[in-house]
Design a protein around this ligand. Structure first.
Ligand code: AMP
Ligand code: ZN
Length: 493
């Protein structure tokens, strides 16, 4: 293939030709979840985006070591200086041990991502399993003169670091502006400057998750674990570091500062950030109450949607947007994705029916394949790859409808090419698990029958407002009603 992989690097703000440190190997680190409750669909979008990137790198032949951490060390909400940590808070609410909270939501996270057919990382280190590495890292930062201890806590000295390095390099923040805009908050008395961030926090008596250290019984700062674990498993400098857009500042900025303070060089060659999933235009987040849980979508129990959608459909919906674009979720978009995916998968199955023979209809497979590579090589452009797949599927359907013959080798090529891009690279499943399909369809029919009964009663009582409402709402979900002299019939589109 002619084109080279180019990747948008958040650090330079440009697309750059991808050159890994070692020709055939790639080290990739992605910030994982804080396991104190169920992941929402926004979190899943980020992990699906990096799954696409991982799959494509492997498809290109790179041996990728993919590291994704689990944040389980009990940080305070928003990495604040005071308050209760999120895991302990949950443990108190559920009346279980903090480590039970961690285990429960880690398992839940794994289950959720496997439904989306997201590949597991090669190493999934936990913050609580790397306390020693984090303490060693703090010692090195202190030795280099970029951190100080106050009352059992240790802070990174941002202003001092900025004298010899550039703090704000990733998020394009100016330190003068940061100083100007940061308010002194309660509880920050120990810090020299409000921009400084905690490397180690002395635990208050009620803070359950705590470890001994040279400075106090306490816990590590949130930014530290990713520096400690990425350098342990991928080296002082590695190829790709990713996460959601919201982690650019302060989390990733602080990671750069911590590593550079110790090693005198930047830790990462390519910073990749996935854009956010929004709901009614607002960032999907637990804190604002504006979120969807994956299982509620799969089971059809979300009050925000009229019906269920399979993980395959939701994954396809996500891939229809470029990972760097904001994506807003809505029922109409999910319905469109469901239809689109069904067309692609049906088209792929139709390949089996095509008649082999003289090539009465032709298709330039080589240039199609080249195009597929080209769009993915251009910063993993999945929406354009989907458009390419539709081009091939349209051709297959045209051949099928015309009942003409095509070359056997072309059938084989299309099968191999589509299989690679639809299933290996995009991670879609060739078909919905039959049981889910059957259950969903049985349930849908039962629910429609119930609604039709309610509508019949309403009409008999002359309550046309209710009867029209049922008709209109069903129509929005693709169920059309037809009143006949024998009763009401329905058709699912
Ligand atoms: P957290 O558990 O909050 O640290 O989030 C885990 C990952 O999900 C991080 O990479 C976040 O950037 C990402 N994330 C959180 N909210 C969203 C959202 N609405 N859309 C996309 N990614 C998100
Ligand atoms: Zn991180």
């Amino acid at each position: 293939m002619n084109s080279k992989l180019v990747v948008y690097n958040s650090l330079s703000g440009k697309k750059e030709v991808f050159k890994p440190l070692h020709p055939k190997r790639v080290g990739m680190y992605v910030c994982g979840p804080t396991v104190y409750n169920k992941v929402h669909l926004g979190n899943c979008r980020t992990f699906i985006s990096f799954d696409l990137i991982l799959r494509y790198l492997r498809f290109l032949g790179y041996k990728v070591r993919y590291v994704r951490n689990i944040t389980d060390a009990g940080h305070l909400e928003y990495d604040a200086d005071q308050g209760e940590d999120r895991i302990s808070k949950r443990a108190r609410l559920e009346q279980i041990e903090p480590m039970e909270v961690v285990q429960k939501y880690t398992l839940d996270f794994h289950k959720c991502l496997s439904k989306f057919n997201v590949l597991p990382p090669d190493i999934e280190p936990t913050a609580s399993g790397h306390i020693i590495e984090q303490i060693e890292l703090i010692k090195s930062i202190i030795e280099k003169g970029f951190a100080y201890e106050r009352n059992g806590s240790v802070y990174f000295d941002v202003l001092k670091y900025n004298k010899s390095h550039q703090y704000g390099i990733l998020s394009n923040r100016d330190i003068e502006e940061l100083v100007h805009n940061t308010r002194e908050l309660d509880g920050q008395d120990d810090k020299k400057n409000p921009q400084d961030f905690a490397l180690w926090k002395k635990a208050e008596p009620r803070h359950i998750m705590r470890w001994p250290s040279p400075w106090s019984d306490g816990f590590p700062g949130w930014h530290l674990e990713c520096t400690a674990m990425s350098s342990k498993y991928l080296g002082e400098t590695f190829d790709i570091h990713g996460g959601g857009m919201d982690l650019k500042f302060p989390h990733h900025e602080c990671e750069i500062a911590q590593s550079t303070a110790v090693n005198g060089k930047p830790p990462v060659n390519y910073w990749i950030h996935g854009n956010l999933l929004t709901l009614n235009g607002k960032k999907m987040a637990k804190s604002t109450g504006s979120f969807l849980l994956p299982d509620d979508i799969f089971d059809g129990t979300s009050s925000l949607l009229n019906k269920s959608y399979s993980p395959n459909v939701v994954r396809f919906f996500m891939l229809q947007a470029h990972y760097r674009s904001i994506l807003d979720i809505s029922e109409s978009a999910l319905i469109a994705s469901e239809k689109g995916l069904a067309r692609l998968l049906d088209g792929f199955q139709t390949l089996k029916n095509l008649k082999q023979g003289s090539d009465e209809m032709n298709f330039d497979y080589e240039s199609w394949l080249e195009q597929c590579h080209q769009v993915m090589n251009d910063d993993f452009n999945s929406p354009l790859l989907i458009a390419q797949c539709f081009t091939a599927i349209k051709f297959i359907q045209k051949v099928d409808h015309s009942r003409k013959k095509i070359d056997g080798q072309l059938i084989q090529n299309l099968k191999t090419g589509l299989k690679s891009f639809l299933f290996d690279v995009m991670g879609l499943l060739p078909e919905e698990p039959e049981s889910t399909q059957k259950e969903n369809s049985k349930l849908s029919h039962q629910l429609i029958e119930i609604l039709l009964d309610i509508r019949k009663d309403a009409r008999e009582k002359g309550d046309y407002t209710t009867s029209d409402k049922i008709r209109n709402e069903l129509s929005k979900t693709g169920v059309e009603l037809k009143d006949t002299h024998l009763g009401t019939e329905y058709q699912m589109k």
